[in-house]
Ligand binder design. Structure first.
Ligand SMILES: CSC[C@H]1O[C@H](OP(=O)(O)O)[C@H](O)[C@@H]1O
Length: 348
């Protein structure tokens, strides 16, 4: 049995609904939910029932399939107008992870080829399932490239959850841990809890444990001490958007880790599929950073921990400058050097 069999799939498309692993309930409950409508899908993305750039893209693509199936019309133009409306609605769910827009636009573009209503719906479904299938292959390839960067027995720090449940399978930053395990190579993970909503503690610790990968959980403010005292060989994280000069948006706290990596002279790696790159943007300061509800900061698991009325700042992501990133690993290989040049070459 593959190591990945122990980790549930993040999302599946059925005939008239989506089956979604509710990541809000993990690790306490492994519970799937059925999403039937466009609104169900939008709400699931906003509320982080599904999260992680590739998984968001796949779920939104499945949502567009359901939306197109639900439009009752005999006119192809009316169907296409409805699809574009649904695309815009789903695209309004979260602003930072570019995979959301990438997946939706890929579907819309593919459907433009169709000449009948039935063909439009078929193309959308086929394309959405292809995105999911491709993402699994892509993540495995990321893992195969990334594993070459680590030595047997290495301790590696990671942040948030860029694992199997954040993608179709394998994950991005966690993929090398799974590939290593398959090959009998030991990699030990140190997972930051990742406040405010604890994707590291709830999701990364859980999914690595499911796959029997050696994982140690730390709070975010233990990172410097852990690097200094636990022989951390490298840091690896996922990404929500990588722009043309290598600047990378990822879960809040990533920038601090990149600065720590520089201080301690250890490599800082970003693992991301090419679908997470946005080459329409030159600099990281052009990335829209999502700010989320203040309750994520003032409350922990529904319990208030901060005084009523306190000012709160809750950006979900920060941007790490390309200069602090040792290498970016995609399904096509490892990018190093002057990212403004090397990323362009990688995409040629
Ligand atoms: C494999 S993408 C992982 C990426 O997703 C996280 O964001 P969120 O949980 O808010 O969707 C985070 O930035 C991770 O690195």
């Amino acid at each position: 049995m593959s190591i990945l069999e122990t980790i549930p799939r993040s999302v599946l498309l059925e005939k008239d609904h989506i089956v979604l692993l509710n990541q809000q309930l993990l690790p306490g409950k492994v519970q799937y939910e059925k999403l039937h409508t466009l609104q169900d899908v939008w709400e699931a993305i906003v509320s982080l029932k599904v999260r992680g750039a590739p998984a968001i893209g796949i779920t939104a693509a499945f949502g567009l399939v359901l939306a197109a199936d639900a439009i009752q019309t005999e006119h192809l133009t009316t169907l296409h107008v409805g699809i574009k409306k649904a695309r815009n609605y789903l695209a309004s769910s979260r602003p930072t992870a570019v995979n959301l827009f990438w997946a939706l636009d890929r579907l819309v573009e593919a459907s433009n080829e169709a000449t009948t209503i039935e063909e439009t719906r078929e193309i959308l479904r086929r394309e959405a399932l292809l995105i999911q299938k491709e993402d699994e292959d892509v993540c495995r390839q990321i893992g195969e490239h990334a594993v070459t960067l680590f030595e047997h027995g290495a301790n590696i720090l990671t942040h948030c959850n860029a694992g199997s449940i954040a993608t179709a399978r394998y994950g991005t930053a966690l993929a090398p841990f799974y590939i290593a395990k398959e090959r009998g190579i030991t990699l030990r993970a140190f997972a930051c809890e990742t406040r405010p909503v604890l994707q590291g503690a709830r999701l990364t610790a859980w999914e690595l444990q499911q796959a029997e990968v050696d994982v140690t959980l730390i709070t975010d403010n233990m990172a410097a001490n852990t690097i200094a005292s636990k022989n951390i060989a490298a840091i690896i994280v996922g990404a929500d958007r990588v722009v043309a000069n290598g600047d990378t948006a990822n879960k809040i706290g990533t920038l601090s880790l990149a600065i720590l990596a520089k201080h301690y002279n250890i490599p800082f790696y970003v693992a991301a599929p090419t679908s997470t790159f946005d080459l329409t943007l030159e600099h990281g300061n052009e990335i829209v950073i999502e700010e989320r509800n203040e309750k994520e900061v003032t409350h922990v698991h529904g319990t208030r921990v901060a005084p009523i009325g306190v000012n709160v700042y809750n950006p979900a992501f920060d941007v790490t400058p390309g200069q602090l990133i040792t290498a970016i690993i995609t399904e096509k290989g490892i990018i190093r050097g002057d990212y403004s040049v090397e990323i362009q070459k990688h995409f040629q």
